[in-house]
Design a protein around this ligand. Sequence first.
Ligand code: G3P
Ligand code: CA
Length: 293
Amino acid sequence: MTTKFCLIAVIAIIVLSILILIYPLLYQSIISPAKQSLPDKHVKIAAHRGANKFAPENTLAAIKKALEIGVDMIEIDVHLTKDNQLIVIHDETLDRTTNGSGRISEHKLLELKKLDAGSWFGKDFIGETLPTLDEVLQTINGKTTCLIEIKWEGDSPYMGIEGLVAKSIIANDAVAWTIVQSFESSYLENLNAAYPDIILGKLLIGSWSLPLPFYVDYKFHWGSYNPPNYINWVNFYYKRATPGFIKQLQSKGVKVGVFTPSTEEELSIQINMGVDAVITNDPVLAKRIRTSN
Ligand code: G3P
Ligand code: CA
């Protein structure tokens, strides 16, 4: 009798765990956007790596295109050069988006500035260069919000990069229209301690509650993610979004963004789920969905 009871209990726990783990998938596939409330017109639309569908990601051409489209935010990625300069590029290496190769941290700014960061995308962009953070901020110049993601160097944080980002924001008079986000908590902690006026966002891959609570940023962490009071935004991978997790974060006073829903279905689901921002590869489509009732 006891053995039978134990067996049933174990099976019940396994079934329950599987159901909870696949809940986001079930939610997204079973509940169609049409059954949800109308799209939220206030959701912010962030152009991921600039308007990367229309111009090479993280270049001034992509920033200008995003400004032309008229987005609420422009997301960019920042790395540190060998001579401690801030350069805007997504990968830690040059190979995918420039005609150079090797790690960013192995090259000085002057060498990086000679590279072509546009021809991989199309011949109209030949000669496009990697911009510095200063150049991006000067191009945006308060016309919209700049969402600055600070990256890692390979498998560890860049020493001191967050202080340089803060100095660039301050020098460009951009505190009011920038948000600094990262998967790396120490950057955010240090920024809050030294520059408490800078708006901060924590990046997560996602959060899980079963079999035991855990969350993932650059690393795996046991426990539930609890945003410190200096975190203004929590942005995470859209496939980990559930109405419950979004509401739980919002009830703690943080805004919630998801990256990177980019098809009509993905955007509609996320917008209808109540996120505060979508960081998307298709800001034109996102704007259309937001305004369509
Ligand atoms: O805004 C967050 C998102 O950009 C993180 O992913 O790899 O595109 O930088 P990734
Ligand atoms: Ca990014």
